[in-house]
Design a binder for this molecule. Structure first.
Ligand code: ATP
Ligand code: MG
Length: 748
C-alpha cells in the first residue's frame, strides 16, 4: 500500500514544491478534502476510494501548509500495522521538514495508534489518577476468560447452565457502553442478576490483581477524564487536530472518548464507509456516522466515488452484492481502470481439494514472476487456516498467518510470559496460578486451594497469601517447602530484573523455572517445536533494551509485556514475512492485494450460522463479503467446498447465497478433473447440486464401491443407461464409473 507521494527520484512531480507534489496525486474530491480550511469533516466513501490516503495526506497538508505541529495531532487507525505505517511515513516527511530548519521530533511524540494503544499510553501516564496499580498489566481475551471462569466457579455457577463465554460477552458489552455494575438496574431477571454479580466480582478480581482488559482500557480513560477535568483540559489544549480512520467501526465508548477529547475546539477529520461496518457484534455503531454530523459543529461532508484499487469486474461484483443490503447511505463506486479478468469460481469437493486448488494457483502466480506476499487467502473463521497451512507447507510455499493462534497464545509461551508477569507484578493471581506448579514441583491442587482461600479471606493476592500459609502450619511440611522454594526462585529472578538485559532475564526464567528442562526431558517432536518457540521468545525480547525505550519510563519488561498483548491478532511467527498472507476477513480490513482468494463461501460458514438468526446479522455478513471482494486489485478467486469437516464434523454444504448475488456474467467457473488439469468453462451461472441416478445420487454425495471403498461424487454426465459419475476415492484418486454397472451404494 503506497499512500504517500513517491520519493523524488521516481516522482513525476519531482520539480514541484512538496505541497504541490502532494495535491497532484489526488483527484478533485480528494483534493478538496485534503486542502479544506480547518474544521470538522466527514469523508464518507466506498472501498478503495482513497479514504486512508486522504487522511494521511491531510496530516501532511496540515504540517506543510497550515504549519501545524505534529504535537497537536492525534490519529487513530484500526490496526497497529496501519499505525506503524502511518508513523513511518510521517517521520519521513518530518525529516524533510527538519532539513528546512524545523525542530526535531521523535516518533514517540507522534500520537498515532489504535484506540487501545492510545488509551494504554494515557493510562501509563496517569495510572494514579486512574486508580490503577503502577505496574498494571493488560490481559487478552483468553486470560479474561480464565478469570471469568474462576469467578463463576467461586459463585458456584455450573458452566453447563452458565456458559462463561456469555458472561465474558456481557462484561465487555457493558464496558463498551460505559456501564459499571452499579450503573445496571436491580434486575428481576435471574440471568441478568447473575451476570451483574459475575461482572462485579470479575472487576474486583482485576482491580486487586492490577489487571486491565481491552474494554477496560477505553472505559478507564473515559472515567479518568470525567473525574479529572484538568487532565482532560490539558489534552484538549494539546490535540487540536484529531483524525480517525475506519470511523464506521467505532463503538459507544470510542465515540464518547472522541467527543470528550475534541471538546468544543478541536477539528475532527473522520473517514469511513457504512458498507464496511463489520464489528456490530462487538458493539460498533454505524449510526455514529450520523451522530457525528449532529454532535459536532458544522461538519462538512465529502463523498468519494472513484475507486483506484480494483478492476471494473471486481468492483461491479462488489457493488451488486452490497446492493442487496437495504438502508445504505448509498454510494456508487466506479473506476476508469480496466475491466480485468472475470472472477474465478471453484467448486471443491472438500476443504483439502479447495486448499490444493488455491496452492496450485498461488504456485502459478509465483511461476509467472508474481511475488507471494501479493497473494492473500481470506477466510471467515480461523479454524479454516489449518488445512490451508498444511497445503502450503507441503508445497514448500512460505506463508504468514495473521491472528488465529498467535505466537503469544501458545501454551509454552503463555507459561513463560506468566513468569515474566509475576516478576513484574507479584499480585497477578492469574500468572501465579498458571505457573505455581508448572512445571510440576509438588504443589498440588489442595495446596493451591488453601492459598486461594487465604487470599479470599484476607482480600490479598495469592502471592501474599502463599507467604502467610507457608508459616501458618496449615500445610504439610512438604507442601510448605515446595511453596517456599517456588517463592524463593521468583524472588531471586526478580532481583535480577533491574540489572540483567531482558533477554538474559528471560533466558534465566526458562532455565530456573525448569520450563526448558521439562520439554527437553520429554523430547517429542512437538516438544522440539515448543523449545524452538521458547528460543524465539528470547529473540523477541532482544529488541527491548533500555536504549530502545522511548516510552513513559516503563522498564523493558513492562514495555514488552504490554506490547505483546496490544498487538493482538496482528502478530504471528516471524517467518513468512514475504510469503502468502493468510487472515480472516475481519483482519483484512483496510488492506489490498493484487491476488485474493476468498474461500469457504458456504451457507452457515459464510454467512456464518450465528448471523442467520436476524437480518442485521446477515447484512453484516454481506458487508464482510464486500470487504473481502474489495481487497482484490487484479484477480479474485472465490471457492467453496461441497463437503467440509469443521469442528470435528463432516457436513454437506450449500454454496453461499453471496455467490448467487454476484451476477453470473462476472463469474467464470473452474472445474478440475484431475489434480493437474484445469478445465475452464464458459461463463455461466454456477451449477450447484445435480441430481443423477434417478435422484439417488448427487454431486457431493458419499458412496460405497465394492472394490474401491468409500468415495465422494465429483461430477456427473449423461442420463439413463449412459449416466456416469466421477468419484474421488481417497488414495486411489478419481474414477469415472457407469452407474448401471458400478453397483454403488449411497452412504448415509
Ligand atoms: P478501504 O475502504 O478499503 O480502507 P480506502 O478508501 O481507504 O480503502 P485507500 O487504501 O486509501 O482507500 O486507497 C486505495 C488504493 O488507491 C491505494 O493503493 C491508493 O494508493 C490508491 N489511490 C487512492 N487515491 C488515488 C489517486 N487519486 N490516484 C492514484 N491512486 C490512488
Ligand atoms: Mg482505508
Amino acid at each position: 500500500m503506497s499512500q504517500f507521494p513517491p520519493t523524488p527520484d521516481s516522482d513525476p512531480n519531482a520539480d514541484l514544491d512538496p505541497a504541490s507534489a502532494l495535491i497532484n496525486l489526488l483527484n478533485d474530491a480528494q483534493r478538496e478534502a485534503v486542502c479544506a480550511p480547518l474544521g470538522n469533516r466527514l469523508i464518507l466513501a466506498g472501498a478503495g476510494s482513497g479514504k486512508t490516503r486522504v487522511l494521511i495526506y491531510r496530516m501532511a497538508w496540515l504540517m506543510q501548509i497550515e504549519r501545524i505541529s505534529p504535537y497537536s495531532m492525534l490519529a487513530v487507525t484500526f490496526t497497529n500495522k496501519a499505525a506503524n505505517e502511518m508513523r513511518a511515513r510521517l517521520m519521513k516527511l518530518l525529516r524533510t521538514a527538519e532539513n528546512s530548519g524545523q525542530p526535531r521530533i521523535s516518533a514517540y511524540d507522534l500520537w498515532v495508534g489504535t484506540f487501545h494503544g492510545l488509551a494504554h499510553r494515557l493510562l501509563r501516564q496517569h495510572w494514579q489518577e486512574a486508580g490503577l496499580l503502577e505496574n498494571f498489566q493488560i490481559i487478552d481475551s483468553e486470560d479474561q476468560s480464565r478469570i471469568v471462569r474462576k469467578v463463576m466457579k467461586a459463585l458456584e455457577l455450573d458452566e453447563k447452565n452458565w456458559p462463561p463465554k456469555q458472561a465474558q460477552w456481557f462484561i465487555n458489552q457493558c464496558k463498551d457502553e460505559a456501564r459499571r455494575p452499579h450503573d445496571l438496574d436491580n434486575y428481576d431477571d435471574v440471568f441478568e442478576r447473575t451476570m451483574k454479580q459475575v461482572y462485579k466480582n470479575y472487576q474486583e478480581t482485576c482491580e486487586r490483581n492490577g489487571l486491565v482488559d481491552f474494554a477496560e482500557l477505553l472505559l478507564r480513560v473515559h472515567e479518568l477524564w470525567v473525574q479529572n477535568p484538568h487532565i482532560l483540559a490539558d489534552y484538549q489544549r494539546r490535540f487540536q487536530h484529531i483524525l480517525v480512520d475506519e470511523f464506521q467501526d467505532t463503538n459507544t465508548i470510542q465515540y464518547l472518548w472522541l467527543q470528550q477529547l475534541a471538546g468544543a475546539q478541536a477539528h475532527v477529520f473522520a473517514v469511513g464507509d457504512d458498507d464496511q461496518s463489520i464489528y456490530g457484534w462487538r458493539g460498533a455503531k454505524v449510526t455514529n456516522l450520523h451522530h457525528f454530523q449532529q454532535d459536532f459543529p458544522e461538519v462538512q461532508l465529502t463523498k468519494l466515488e472513484q475507486n483506484y484499487r480494483s478492476t471494473g469486474t471486481i468492483l461491479e461484483a462488489a457493488n451488486r452484492l452490497i446492493g442487496n443490503n437495504p438502508g445504505r447511505l448509498g454510494k456508487n463506486l466506479w473506476t476508469d481502470g480496466e475491466e480485468g479478468l472475470p472472477i474465478s469460481l471453484y467448486r471443491a469437493f472438500n476443504e483439502y481439494d479447495e486448499a490444493r486448488f488455491i496452492v496450485e494457483r498461488v504456485q502459478s502466480w509465483a511461476d509467472e514472476g508474481g511475488s507471494l506476499k501479493e497473494c492473500a487467502i481470506l477466510y471467515r473463521s480461523n479454524a479454516q487456516s489449518r488445512v490451508l497451512e498444511e497445503a502450503l507447507l507441503s508445497a514448500r510455499l512460505p506463508y504468514r498467518v495473521y491472528g488465529g493462534l498467535r505466537f503469544f497464545e501458545r501454551a509454552e509461551i503463555k507459561d513463560a510470559m506468566a513468569y515474566l508477569q509475576l516478576l513484574a507484578n507479584e499480585d497477578n493471581d492469574s500468572a501465579f496460578e498458571r505457573v505455581v506448579n508448572t512445571p510440576t514441583r509438588g504443589i498440588g491442587d489442595r495446596t493451591v486451594e488453601i492459598v486461594r482461600q487465604e487470599a479470599r479471606r484476607n482480600g490479598i493476592s495469592m502471592w501474599r497469601a502463599a507467604g502467610q500459609v507457608i508459616v501458618s502450619g496449615e500445610l504439610t511440611t512438604r507442601a510448605a517447602n515446595a511453596l517456599r522454594k517456588f517463592q524463593e526462585m521468583i524472588l531471586q529472578l526478580r532481583e535480577n530484573t533491574g540489572s540483567l538485559p531482558l533477554h538474559e532475564l528471560t533466558e534465566q526464567v526458562l532455565e530456573n523455572s525448569g520450563l526448558r528442562a521439562q520439554l527437553k526431558k520429554k523430547n517429542t517432536e512437538k516438544d522440539q517445536t515448543r523449545l524452538e518457540n521458547l528460543d524465539e521468545l528470547v529473540n523477541a525480547t532482544k529488541h527491548y533494551t533500555d536504549e530502545s525505550l522511548d516510552s513513559d519510563g516503563l522498564s523493558p519488561l513492562q514495555t514488552f509485556l504490554s506490547k505483546t498483548v496490544l498487538d493482538t491478532g496482528e502478530e504471528s511467527s516471524h517467518s513468512g514475512e514475504n510469503g502468502v498472507q493468510l487472515m480472516t476477513l475481519h483482519s483484512a480490513k483496510g488492506l489490498e492485494f493484487p491476488l485474493i482468494f476468498l474461500c469457504g463461501l458456504e451457507e452457515k460458514l459464510f454467512p456464518h450460522s450465528m448471523s442467520l438468526q436476524d437480518e442485521n446479522g446477515l447484512e453484516e455478513e454481506r458487508r464482510l463479503c464486500y470487504v473481502g471482494i474489495t481487497r482484490a486489485m487484479r484477480q479474485l478467486y472465490i471457492s467453496y467446498a461441497e463437503v467440509r469437516r469443521l469442528h470435528g464434523q463432516e457436513n454437506y454444504t450449500r454454496p453461499s447465497r453471496f455467490i448467487h448475488e454476484i451476477p453470473a456474467e462476472l463469474l467464470e467457473e473452474i472445474r478440475l478433473r484431475s489434480s493437474n488439469q484445469a478445465v475452464y468453462q464458459a461463463p455461466k451461472a454456477p451449477a450447484f447440486a445435480m441430481d443423477s441416478g434417478a435422484g439417488k445420487f448427487r454431486v457431493g454425495q458419499r458412496v460405497m464401491h465394492p472394490k474401491f471403498g468409500e468415495g465422494v461424487i465429483l461430477n456427473s454426465e449423461g442420463s439413463g443407461a449412459t449416466e456416469r459419475v466421477e468419484v474421488h476415492f481417497g488414495h486411489q484418486g478419481s474414477k469415472w464409473l457407469v452407474l448401471v454397472y458400478a453397483n454403488l451404494q449411497a452412504v448415509e
